[in-house]
Design a protein around this ligand. Structure first.
Ligand code: GLC
Length: 526
């Protein structure tokens, strides 16, 4: 056991992590298109499994492909138990699961537990009358005395009320997201059981786990107090997380434990203790930690956040689940200003203690597409990071013209096919990093310590060490945009296992202490 675990913590320390591989997020609309309609599909996901297997990832998490009016591109579900015809049919999911399992890949689906589509039959019934048995499956409240919304909450994606008035029954319903995504009421036993049945339905079909969408919002303060004055409108809804969520997660956990399935939650909270409030033996197995996704590209800031998150998780015998990009935020290469930096960040992500998640295209160091106004489609302004994944170097890169969104910059040169042919590419770098992680237990189970000035780490460089028995590995990343020298690791005893700038970076040789601007190395103590 690598980590010092505090057995007195809160009883949540597991014997080992429930999953110790790398997660790969597929955004089905943009992954791979096989029927030529410009939108990715399940057959495309199946066709892309060999690519995932070649990367060496352990699980594929798919964003929603269920029946949906697509107001939020699938995060507004109108039938949890069917596939939207845009993506295929249920049989395609069965095929996907079988093909993935044949390649040793686990399949995790998105469980959207906080809301449904306003076209879901549950909501249609709920809004039909105050007496309908489904009324309390959603959150209905009387207008404020002035006839306005019941409180001052603002929804995501626009500075507008989180409540919409429904003429038919004279009440408002709550929606943390779009008006087309009414929040469900987890305190209603019928709703709760129905949502757990959604898990059972997919577990019966053979899925191995779930990513729980917006999960921290399912427990709510039923008095719906106003947000304090001065609360910034951007993203304020996440701070409505409430302790009662834990009890709901315990019910979900019992369902998962019966089948040995895993749940990783979207706990979009910067406060680490708030994230941890949702993780444990009676709650989520894992929760994404977004601290690096939200961090500026600054070595001291990354060092601080990594140390803080890791200490908090390790104290409870838990693993963080690091994520640098997803379908909601600008891609890493775009955020941090260059592909070289994105490659350096891959070295960090894939050697940190915990479960790393790659968002499709991270392995190609893709940037966001530039989406002209007339082609914008997402109400949340997230089109750029959802650009189609380029597979070939031919015109269209495997997509019809136009695809549902424009391709990312330099798509042909960055396509899977082009990078496959270039041993120095981000694609090969990602493979080498994951292979290194798989072949070096220290990178999986080793303890972790963030290095500082006392260890010889200069300003502008992020460094951390992993240790397990006699094995020691160090990751160094130059983040200040200037060549750094790190003599502390140039004593001839440190071998460069990976250099972020490609195959030519002296892999296999001893580290000479030079770290060019915007690069990273992974070193092993000889
Ligand atoms: C999560 C998803 C995001 C979606 C929202 C509402 O944040 O990642 O894409 O819009 O939940 O379901």
């Amino acid at each position: 056991m690598a980590e010092a675990r505090d057995p007195s913590a809160d009883g949540t320390a597991p014997d080992g992590p429930p999953f110790d591989g790398v997660v790969y997020q597929v955004y089905p609309r943009s992954f791979r298109d096989t029927d030529g309609d410009g939108v990715g599909d399940l057959a495309g996901m199946r066709a892309g499994l060999d690519h995932l297997a070649s990367l060496g990832v352990g699980a594929v998490w798919s964003s929603p492909f269920f029946r949906s009016p697509m107001a939020d591109f699938g995060y507004d579900i109108s039938d949890h138990r069917d596939v939207d015809p845009l993506f295929g049919a249920l049989a395609d999911v069965d095929g996907l699961i079988a093909d993935a399992h044949a390649r040793g890949l686990r399949v995790w689906l998105d469980w959207v537990a906080n809301h449904t589509s306003d076209r879901h039959p549950w909501f249609t019934a709920s809004r039909s009358s105050r007496e309908d048995p489904h009324r309390d499956w959603y959150v209905w409240r009387d207008p404020a005395p002035d006839g306005g919304p019941p409180n001052n909450w603002i929804r995501h994606f626009a500075p507008e009320p989180a409540w919409t008035y429904d003429d038919a029954t004279g009440q408002y319903y709550l929606h943390h997201f779009l008006p087309e995504q009414p929040d469900v009421n987890w305190d209603d036993p019928g709703l709760r059981e129905a949502q757990l049945d959604v898990l059972r339905f997919w577990l019966d079909r053979g899925v191995d786990g779930f990513r729980a969408d917006a999960i921290v919002l399912i427990g709510q303060d039923r008095t719906y107090p106003d947000d304090p004055p001065g609360t910034p409108p951007d993203g304020r809804g996440w701070f409505h997380w409430h302790p009662s969520t834990r009890g709901h997660l315990a019910a979900a956990r019992r369902v998962l434990d019966e089948r040995g399935a895993v749940m990783i939650g979207e706990a979009f909270l910067e406060d680490v203790d708030a994230v941890l409030a949702h993780v444990g033996d009676d709650a989520l197995h894992l929760a994404f930690t977004f601290q690096l996704l939200l961090a500026p590209w600054d070595a001291a800031e990354w060092a601080r956040r990594i140390a803080e998150v890791d200490a908090a998780f390790a104290a409870r015998g838990l693993w963080p689940a690091w994520v640098l990009s997803n379908h909601d935020k600008p891609r890493l290469a775009t955020r941090v200003g260059s592909r070289a930096r994105a490659r350096a960040a891959l070295c960090v992500l894939l050697t940190l203690r915990g479960v790393p998640t790659l968002y499709q295209g991270d392995e190609l160091a893709l940037e966001d597409a530039e989406v002209p106004t007339e082609r914008e489609v997402d109400p949340g302004g997230r089109d750029g990071c959802r650009a189609p994944m380029p597979w070939t170097s031919e015109p269209g890169c495997g997509w019809p013209d136009p695809a549902w969104l424009p391709l990312p910059p330099d798509a042909a040169a960055l396509s899977v096919a082009a990078q496959e042919a270039d041993p120095a590419s981000a694609l090969h770098l990602t493979r080498r990093l994951i292979a290194l992680r798989s072949s070096h237990e220290v990178l999986v189970r080793g303890a972790q310590r963030v290095l500082g000035a006392a260890d010889g780490i200069p300003d502008g460089v992020l460094g951390f060490v992993r240790e397990l028995g006699d094995a020691r590995m160090v990751t160094l990343a130059e983040m200040a945009g200037r060549t750094a020298t790190v003599p502390a690791f140039a004593d001839g005893a440190w071998v460069v296992r990976i250099g972020s700038d490609g195959a030519a970076a002296g892999e296999g040789g001893t580290f000479d202490g030079t770290l060019p601007a915007d690069t990273a190395v992974v070193l092993e103590r000889a």
